[in-house]
Design a protein around this ligand. Structure first.
Ligand SMILES: Cc1cc2nc3c(=O)[nH]c(=O)nc-3n(C[C@H](O)[C@H](O)[C@H](O)COP(=O)(O)OP(=O)(O)OC[C@H]3O[C@@H](n4cnc5c(N)ncnc54)[C@H](O)[C@@H]3O)c2cc1C
Length: 437
């Protein structure tokens, strides 16, 4: 088959490799000037770094396999991170069960209930029983309203804004279950997070190289205008006014983009795509002349305009980035939020009081440079009964398929699951083609 793929993120690249291994021809169309999609990178102090913070969990075995296959296993570092939570203007370490007991922002009984709920959830394999209940309802009942408001309430609101109360318990189950599965040590108190020296772009570039070496084409800076359909069958891809014919097409685009580039999809499928809402991911990245804090991952449970402060250089040394201390201020916003209309300087002003809440002596003179990154497909909102809203990989048009992060449920978005889905959709497409031949 001659296969067209829309998107050179990890999913599109993993699918391309699978197709090539089975002897098929691939052409990937990518609107950006580089491969990697949401793992997009830029340079600080001569070193590449992700525009959106990235790390791996120890159970991200598919991602680790790719990194090893690309000959980069020796550059994958596993590091014990320093995690904390900001509540009532105080930074509380938040790694071990003991830290939870010391979390005085919540009354003792609430802390015990929070711990018990976490231990309970990490033992539950069957996520389906949580599908019909909201995270808020389940958690409030399990730990009490004050304890919920001391941890999960602000974090859910920070990530899902006006959608927070609709988020399904499965999403929270996944966070706790999968996160614990990535821990070791007695009581699961030791966490290790993985980072690829030189950025995750390194292994993704190598996959792209392999795709090209095997005869594949990757057209960068080529925006797909339309996936063309003729007589109920996909006919090809139109990009830059040029039509390219394909036997099959895989779209790896978020639902919101898919709706635009495939206007001829069957109406029921279009309606299915519209069922999933997305939050934009935004990251204001600061290069500072000194540390902001000693914490790698600071979850914000106070009412600040960002939900997490990820100080990358408390994980990977600042010396790799020309001595710059790199801080991501992460904020997920609904479409139409004022932040989306601001530039980096304006967002910084909007966040300034929040930065002082993290470190009261923070001064704007510490900032050497800043950047703002935004992605409209940052985070699908995992509502109750989410399984019924997931679009099928088969679009209802012969030869046309969709695979994206809305389909990795019950897992949350992650390179690992996108790579795995890329392999799965390729297998499905090849199986379907073999059956219809
Ligand atoms: C803020 C944030 C933090 C994250 N943190 C982590 C983390 O710590 N660890 C982790 O493993 N994962 C993390 N992820 C998730 C991970 O990055 C994604 O799961 C994964 O990269 C998704 O890959 P994908 O190929 O499915 O989609 P994408 O990366 O979105 O790829 C889709 C591609 O399609 C292209 N495209 C879109 N429209 C068109 C068009 N019309 N024509 C041509 N090309 C088009 C896009 O430019 C893009 O390159 C994070 C994501 C975000 C947003």
């Amino acid at each position: 088959m001659n296969i067209g793929i829309v998107g050179a993120g990890v999913l599109g690249l993993a699918a391309a490799r699978k197709f090539q291994q089975a002897g098929h021809q691939v052409t990937i169309f990518e609107s950006r000037d580089d491969v990697g999609g949401q793992v997009v990178t830029f340079e600080i102090g001569g070193e590449r770094i992700e525009c959106f913070y990235h790390h791996l969990f120890t159970n991200d075995t598919v991602a680790v396999r790719y990194i090893e296959d690309m000959g980069l296993g020796d550059r994958l570092r596993w590091i014990e991170p320093s995690n904390a939570i900001l509540r009532n203007g105080r930074i509380f370490p938040f790694v071990s069960p003991l830290d939870l007991l010391r979390y005085t922002a919540v009354p003792l009984a609430g802390r015990i209930r929070l711990g018990l709920a976490a231990v309970w959830l990490r033992r539950q394999k069957d996520y389906k029983k949580y599908e019909q209940v909201t995270a808020r309802h389940w958690m409030e009942r399990a730990v009490g309203r004050r304890a919920f408001e001391g941890v999960w309430g602000p974090l859910l609101r920070g990530k899902f804004a006006d959608q927070a109360d609709n988020v399904g318990m499965t999403w929270l189950w996944g966070k706790i279950y999968l996160r614990f599965a990535s821990r070791s040590g007695a009581g699961g108190h030791k966490e290790q997070l993985g980072y690829l020296e030189g950025s995750f772009n390194t292994y993704i570039e190598r996959i792209a190289e392999r795709v090209r070496e095997a005869g594949g084409t990757i057209r960068l800076e080529t925006l797909v205008d339309e996936v063309t359909i003729s007589a109920g069958r996909v006919s090809g891809i139109r990009a830059g006014g040029v039509d390219h014919a394909f036997d099959a097409v895989l779209m790896t685009t978020p639902n919101i983009v898919t709706r635009k580039i495939a206007p001829q999809l069957p109406v029921p499928y279009q309606e299915q795509l519209d069922k999933v809402r997305y939050q934009w991911a935004t990251c204001l990245v600061l290069a500072l002349d000194r540390k902001l804090s000693d914490v790698y991952w600071l979850s914000v449970a106070d009412d600040l305009p960002f939900v997490a402060v990820v100080e990358h250089t408390n994980f990977i040394p600042a010396s790799r980035y020309g001595g710059n201390h790199i801080v991501y201020l992460s904020n997920y916003v609904s479409p139409g939020d004022p932040v989306l209309g601001m530039d980096a300087g304006e967002v910084f002003e909007h966040y300034l009081a929040g930065l002082k809440a993290v470190n009261p002596v923070f001064d704007r003179s510490w900032v050497r440079e800043m950047w703002l990154f935004k992605d409209p497909g940052g985070q699908p909102v995992i509502t109750t009964n989410y399984a019924s809203t997931i679009p099928d990989m088969r679009t209802g048009v012969d030869g046309l398929y969709l695979a994206n992060t809305t389909q990795v449920y019950p897992e949350d978005r992650g390179q690992n699951y996108s790579l795995r889905l890329g392999e799965r959709v390729a297998e499905l497409m090849m199986k379907d083609a073999a059956t219809s031949a």
